[in-house]
Each structure stands twice: as structure tokens, then as C-alpha cells.
Design a protein. Structure first.
Length: 132
């Protein structure tokens, strides 16, 4: 991702987050995986963008994940964690990773960190979703 595009995306992420937190008290976002958004995510890990968002009010979901464990180099969760999640003060309970290590044919009866669990049974309204 060219630098100007990554910068614009990171700034948009923070502006959208600030607006959602002001209006609704939380920023609920679904991230894209792959390597395309990495540069933008890395900018979120550094000041001034890192300091401009109330990370305790941010809730992260993933729009997709590969069928790999979370520490696999192909994992979208790992990429996001290394690019910015480990560097920002977001509570770990606010990051709902997809369990890519589970057999894709397995059908859960409940998901431990589903959007409904974060919202105490209510449907989640996403503030933003990023596609790669």
C-alpha cells in the first residue's frame, strides 16, 4: 500500500473511531486481513495517531481469517497484532479473533467472543469495516 494511501486510511480509522466514540461511546470495527492494510495498521501503532484514539472504547473484530493458528505467519490476527494491536492500549477482551485453527467444518453452538457477547445479547452495530 503506497504511503499516502496508508496514511489516509489510518487517519480515516482514527477519525471514524473518534466520531463513533463521541456518538455511541464505542468504536466497533471489523478489520480486513492480508498484507494490504499492514502499512496503515503500523501507522496506528505510532504517535500521533496512537494517542488520538480512546483505545479502551475500541472493539475489534475480523472480517476474515485463514484456517491457521493465531501464531502462524499467514494469520490475519497475527499480522494485526504485530502491526498495531500489541502497541496500542486496547484491552485484550476487546479483540475478538476468529479461531482459524478450528476445523472449518465444525459448527459451534456458541462463540465465546461473539459480537452478541460483547453487547450482552444485543446485535452489534459496526462503526466501520475495512476490506482489503
Amino acid at each position: 500500500m503506497p504511503g499516502a494511501v496508508a496514511q489516509a486510511l489510518a487517519e480515516y480509522f482514527v477519525a471514524t473511531g473518534e466520531r463513533a466514540i463521541t456518538e455511541r461511546g464505542r468504536f466497533t470495527v471489523a478489520l480486513s486481513g492480508g498484507n494490504t492494510p499492514r502499512a496503515a495498521y503500523e501507522l496506528l501503532a505510532a504517535d500521533p495517531l496512537r494517542a488520538n484514539l480512546s483505545w479502551s472504547n475500541v472493539f475489534i473484530y475480523f472480517g476474515d481469517e485463514r484456517c491457521v493458528p493465531p501464531d502462524d505467519e499467514r494469520s490475519n490476527y497475527r499480522m494485526a497484532r504485530e502491526a498495531f494491536l500489541d502497541a496500542v492500549p486496547i484491552p485484550s477482551a476487546h479483540v475478538a479473533r476468529m479461531r482459524g485453527e478450528i476445523d472449518p467444518g465444525w459448527r459451534p453452538t456458541s462463540t465465546p467472543r461473539s459480537p452478541r457477547r460483547f453487547r450482552r445479547g444485543a446485535a452489534v452495530r459496526f462503526s466501520d469495516a475495512r476490506a482489503g
